[in-house]
Design a protein around this ligand. Structure first.
Ligand code: AHR
Length: 630
């Protein structure tokens, strides 16, 4: 086959936000995942205050709940034993703690002496056999509550370590906060992110970071919705709730899954900044998940939701003399976060959604006319429900529509033209959640659904997103993260355990697009037609006006290798060499695992151009990125 790329005909601009990431605390993505805290239930706030804690002498331990300002101030009292044995509490982490030998860890203890003198604490990290891999002492405890900090090094690596704190001396010590972080977090932020996981996000060069979900924005009912104001300020004041994905209805129930909100809205904004991504918060719109209770806030009680939206913008962008801007400054970020987008509702639909959306949108528009508003569109981007929403949104105060689709690979191959027929010049699309779902339940390995077939079909589909960059301004694969020992949903873009992470083939597809985005779409055709499935080929191209590079993405979905001639018409004669990056695999069921992370990874190559023409031999079932000087 021959395809033509019109190298000197840059068309629609590609939004710098085009390829981004969707973050939701599902599959232990936040607590137990990217949020680097190693202690589970650090303030004993879980409904079972000792969940996550091993207390061998249970009868001696007391959990005390002093209610101050209508809030639970729980603490745990650890007394010495009558015998010479040391009494202790031991935290089991999130399916254990990932400890790396040679690395330093910071323990922060909120404590006070309740009884006795000259008490000290023995702090140990234990490996899975119960052997110490690190030890340190903490003394100088006083009868006043305060936070003590100690940094110590681990001598060996363990994926399932525990933290043990033993009382030395006669008396009792109270604890209201026990936190352990690696000293090395992403960009060395305090209360920061697990470096390897955040680095993988960084490797995507994301245009935006959408947070905090997903269904957790909605909650099973409104009391359990995500309320950003409860996720900012002092860490110990943040109110814990059960995670929406902690339900016995999930086929993998994780009863110890709570949202500590240690990773809250401030941290999401900082992470966005550290990644160079536009922050894209999604807010509850007065509706709980319509798949669950579908509970609604009455229209005349929407004030709190409206105010949450307005205050969030003030928190992100407001002057430090404003109430919420001041809180941002007090938390360590006096400069504004430069928020430009706010999403109202997650997967909501119907007139009930639009009525509530309108109220919030009107208030935001009136006060902050420059903020771009993102609407939901229901759970699956097709069907009557969806058409209704698009029709209704015309003329309303909206900028982007958040479409979600979890479909099989054929849907993705067959829908590469999805946006060719969308109306131009109106609302833009945010393809906010998508993933190709291959049913492969026989394979027990957690990462198996992230097989090459899924990734290849997404690569083909994404040519259609790029070609339609005048309509599609944002796109993100979902979900983003999953812990191999604690997931509820798959496939996911990045899998991890307590020590390691693996990028899926889907990740590499996203990465080739996002790191070779370009600034403008270039026309690509074969026999005068766009290339979207004929002869099993899919293609799109872009030009980066800043660097002059041209990026062509081609998918060969067939089982046969294919000779392809690419004619870059209008190419300057200087371009002699093309840089090629290829993902290819004959076995469509193949996937990467934590132990074999390189089963499917990009391979680099080069090829010479003859004049404006490049001859390629496309491998069967392959995705190739061609990079030439324009
Ligand atoms: O990505 C997982 C879930 O899928 C999201 O929480 C929700 O928005 C969608 O239904």
């Amino acid at each position: 086959s021959t395809i033509t790329v019109q190298a000197n005909k840059p068309g629609a601009e590609i939004s710098p936000t085009m390829w981004g990431v969707f973050f939701e605390d599902i599959n232990f993505a936040a607590d137990g995942g990217i949020y680097a805290e190693l202690v589970k239930n650090r303030s004993f706030k879980f409904p079972d205050p000792l969940m996550g804690w091993k207390v061998p002498f249970r009868d001696s331990i007391r959990v005390i709940n002093s209610r101050i300002d209508e809030k639970d101030h729980r603490y745990l009292r650890l007394p010495s034993l009558k015998s010479t044995q040391l009494n202790y509490i031991q935290n089991q982490g999130f399916r254990g703690m990932g400890i790396h030998g040679g690395e330093s860890y910071r323990l922060v203890l909120g404590s006070r002496v309740a009884e006795g003198n000259n008490l000290s604490l023995l702090v140990e990290l234990l490996n899975e056999n119960g052997d110490p891999i690190s030890k340190t002492q903490l003394s100088g405890l006083t009868t006043n509550w305060d936070k003590k900090e100690v940094v110590f090094e681990a001598t060996a690596t363990s994926a399932k370590a525990n933290l043990r704190i033993s009382l030395q001396g006669k008396g009792a010590v109270d604890f209201n906060y026990v936190s352990l972080f690696p000293v090395n977090t992403f960009k060395n932020r305090p209360n920061g992110m697990r470096a390897d996981l955040a680095e993988l996000l960084n490797g995507l060069n994301p245009g935006f970071l959408r947070f905090p979900g997903g269904c957790i924005v909605e909650g099973h009912h409104l009391d359990l919705r995500y309320q950003w104001k409860k996720t900012v300020g002092d860490l110990d004041e943040r109110e814990l709730i059960i995670n929406r994905w902690n339900t016995e209805f999930m086929h993998r129930h994780t009863p110890d899954y709570y949202q500590s909100f240690g990773l809250g809205f401030f941290e999401y904004f900082v992470l966005s900044e550290d990644l160079g991504a536009e922050p894209l918060p999604i807010l509850n719109c007065g509706m709980a998940c319509q798949y669950n209770t579908g509970e609604l806030a009455p229209l005349d009680e929407m004030e709190v939701y409206i105010q949450d939206a307005l205050d969030l913008i003030e928190f992100a962008n407001g002057d430090t003399s404003s109430k919420w801007g001041k809180l941002r400054a007090d938390m360590g970020h006096p400069e504004p976060f430069n928020l430009k987008y706010v999403g109202i509702g997650n997967e909501q639909w119907g007139h009930q959604y639009l009525e509530r959306y309108d109220l919030i949108a009107a208030a935001v528009r009136a006060k902050y006319p420059d903020i771009q508003l993102v609407t939901g569109s229901g759970p699956s981007a097709d069907g009557d429900r969806f058409d209704y929403l698009w029709k209704e949104l015309k003329g309303r105060q909206a900028d982007l529509v958040d479409e979600h689709y979890y479909k099989d690979p054929n849907w993705f191959f067959n829908n590469a033209r999805r946006y060719d027929s969308y109306e131009r010049g109106g609302l833009k699309v945010f393809a906010g959640e998508y993933a190709s779902h291959v049913r492969n339940e026989n394979i027990k390995e957690a990462t198996s659904s992230n097989c090459w077939l899924a990734a290849l079909s997404e690569a083909a589909y994404m040519t259609g997103l790029e070609r339609n960059a005048d309509v599609v301004h944002m796109a993100s694969y979902a979900p983003l993260f999953a812990h191999v020992d604690a997931w509820q949903w798959r496939p996911d873009l990045i899998w991890f355990d307590n020590l390691k992470a693996v990028a899926t083939p889907n990740y590499y597809v996203q990465q080739l697009y996002s790191t070779h985005s370009g600034t403008n779409v270039l026309p690509v055709s074969a026999d005068g037609e766009i290339v979207a499935g004929q002869d099993s080929l899919y293609a799109s191209a872009s030009l980066d006006k800043n660097t002059g590079r041209i990026y062509l993405k081609v998918v060969n979905a067939s089982k046969e290798a294919k000779e392809l001639v690419v004619n870059f018409t209008g190419l300057k004669p200087a371009a002699k060499e093309a840089l090629l990056t290829e993902l290819a695999e004959n076995d469509l069921t193949k996937f990467n695992t934590l132990d074999q992370p390189e089963n499917i990874i990009p391979q680099k190559d080069k090829a010479a151009l003859k004049g404006t023409k490049l001859s390629l031999m496309l491998k069967p079932q392959s995705f190739v990125l061609v990079d030439v000087a324009g």
